[in-house]
Write a protein that binds this ligand. Structure first.
Ligand SMILES: [Zn+2]
Length: 88
């Protein structure tokens, strides 16, 4: 069972959360006309074996979006922060 330490609610089972995708993807600027940049933003994702930053929403709790640093090999969570905080 994966446990996620919500900064607002404390540790909770992952069943209370919804996976929201890769948090390392950077959205192109609104006026960026580069088709390749938008294609990569919408469709292309890495599938790393190791540390990965992911969006999770606490849908059964505070409903806040979180950025979770999780190792995809063993599901060990290294860090959790609010998605409202600026990127490091
Ligand atoms: Zn929460």
């Amino acid at each position: 069972m994966l446990r996620i330490e919500c900064p607002y609610c404390g540790p909770r089972d992952h069943d209370e959360f919804r996976y929201g995708g890769d948090a390392s993807v950077v959205r192109p600027t609104h006026d960026d006309a580069d088709f390749e940049a938008w294609y990569r933003y919408v469709f292309v994702r890495e599938n790393p074996a190791g540390p990965h930053r992911e969006y999770w929403q606490h849908v059964m709790g505070c409903r806040q979006w979180l950025v979770v640093g999780r190792d995809t090999r063993n599901h060990e969570i290294a860090a959790v922060r609010s998605a409202r905080e600026p990127r490091a």
